[in-house]
Design a protein around this ligand. Structure first.
Ligand code: 8YV
Length: 331
C-alpha cells in the first residue's frame, strides 16, 4: 500500500481546505503557527514532498537547498513573486498558483480603496470615532467625485479588466497601460483606451495598479512618475509592494503633490514605511485584496488540487513552470 505524500501547509487555513488536503496527503498544518521565520519554515518542511504556501513565506534557493525532498510548491495566490521559479525549475520542482479565482474579489477591494481615498473615508471614520463631530459644516471632509472621473489602470490582466467593468457603473472614462494591448474586441467591450504609461499618469484622476510584480517593474512608480500625476490625483495599489517606491510616495503625499492614496500592499510588508501611517491622505489596509472567506476557501482548494496533481505525476492545472516537467523526466 503506497503511503500518502507528506505536505506542509505554511499558514492557517480553513477546515474544508484542511479536510480536502488530508484526503490526499499526510498534512503538517500551521493552525497554531501564526508566522514562520525562513529558518522555521525550512525546519518544518524538511523531509516533505510538497508545500502549500501563502502570505509572506518564501520558497527560495535557501529553502530548496534545505528541503531537497520537495517536489511541488503550490501557492494559494495568483502572484508568485515569493517563489524562486527558476530555482524550482532547475530542480524539477513543479510550482503552481491560483489564477482567476480572486479577480472579482480583488477588483471589489480596488474599488473600495478608490472610493475610500476619494471620499476620505479613513479620515471621516477617525473624525467620528474621536468625538469631533459636533456640528454641521458645509465644507466638512470634502472629497473628490469618482463618477465621471478618469481611471488609469496599470496592468490590464484579469483583475484590471474586472476593475474596468466596475468603472462603467460609475460612468468613468477608462484608460490603461499594459505591455501589450488587449485584443481590440476586448478593448472595445471594456471601453478602455491604451496609453503610454507617462501619458496615463498625466491624464488619470485615479491611477490603480493591477500588474504582477517582477524585478522589471520594481519602483515602476517612483518620484519621476508621481511627479507626472495631477495634484488632484489618487494612487491605488492592489498589486504588490515594491512596484511603488513607498518613500517617494510618502514624500508626495506629505507635500500634497498628489491628493491621496489607497494602499493594500507595501514594500517590506507587514512592516511598512512608518511615514505613511502619519499621513491623513492615505488609506491603508493589510493586504486583504482576496480576503473574503468564499474566495480564500476556493483558492485553498485550488492549491490543494494543484498539489495533488503535481505529486501524483499529473500535470497540474495551474502549472507556472512547465519546463520543470522535462527536468523532472530527466531526473
Ligand atoms: C493572497 C494576493 O491572498 O493572490 C495574490 O497574489 O495578493 C492575495 O490574494 C496573498 O498573496 C497571500 O498569499
Amino acid at each position: 500500500m503506497s503511503s500518502k505524500p507528506e505536505v506542509l501547509i505554511s499558514c492557517h487555513t480553513f477546515e474544508e481546505v484542511l479536510e480536502h488536503a488530508r484526503a490526499h496527503f499526510t498534512v503538517i498544518d500551521s493552525q497554531n503557527t501564526p508566522a514562520h521565520t525562513p529558518a522555521e519554515l525550512r525546519a518544518r518542511a524538511a523531509g516533505m514532498q510538497g508545500i502549500l504556501l501563502t502570505g509572506t513565506d518564501r520558497v527560495d534557493q535557501a529553502f530548496l537547498n534545505a528541503c531537497a525532498s520537495i517536489r511541488a510548491v503550490a501557492i494559494s495566490a495568483v502572484g508568485y513573486n515569493t517563489i524562486d521559479v527558476d530555482a524550482c525549475t532547475a530542480r524539477g520542482v513543479l510550482a503552481t498558483n491560483t489564477p482567476g479565482i480572486l479577480d472579482d474579489t480583488t477588483a471589489d477591494l480596488g474599488f473600495a480603496l478608490i472610493l475610500a481615498a476619494a471620499r476620505r473615508l479613513g479620515e471621516a471614520e477617525r473624525y467620528v470615532r474621536a468625538g469631533r463631530w459636533t456640528h454641521w459644516q458645509n465644507d466638512l471632509l470634502l472629497g473628490r467625485d469618482v463618477h465621471h472621473a478618469t481611471l488609469g489602470i496599470v496592468g490590464m490582466g484579469r483583475i484590471g479588466q474586472a476593475l474596468a467593468r466596475r468603472a462603467r457603473g460609475f460612468d468613468m472614462k477608462v484608460c490603461y497601460h499594459n505591455r501589450s494591448r488587449v485584443p481590440a474586441a476586448e478593448e472595445a467591450a471594456l471601453d478602455a483606451q491604451w496609453l503610454p504609461l507617462d501619458e496615463l499618469l498625466a491624464n488619470a484622476d485615479i491611477v490603480c495598479l493591477c500588474l504582477p510584480y517582477s524585478s522589471a517593474v520594481h519602483h515602476l512608480i517612483g518620484a519621476r512618475e508621481i511627479a507626472l500625476m495631477k495634484p488632484t490625483a489618487l494612487l491605488v495599489n492592489i498589486a504588490r509592494g515594491g512596484i511603488v517606491d513607498d518613500a517617494a510616495l510618502a514624500d508626495a503625499l506629505a507635500e500634497h503633490r498628489i491628493a491621496g492614496a489607497g494602499l493594500d500592499v507595501f514594500e517590506g510588508e507587514p512592516a511598512l514605511n512608518p511615514r505613511l501611517l502619519g499621513l491623513d491622505n492615505v488609506v491603508v489596509v493589510p493586504h486583504i485584496g482576496s480576503a473574503t472567506r468564499a474566495t480564500r476557501v476556493k483558492m485553498g482548494l485550488c492549491a490543494v488540487n494543484n498539489l495533488r496533481a503535481a505529486l501524483s505525476g499529473e500535470t497540474p492545472p495551474n502549472l507556472i513552470n512547465p519546463q520543470a516537467l522535462a527536468v523532472r523526466r530527466a531526473q
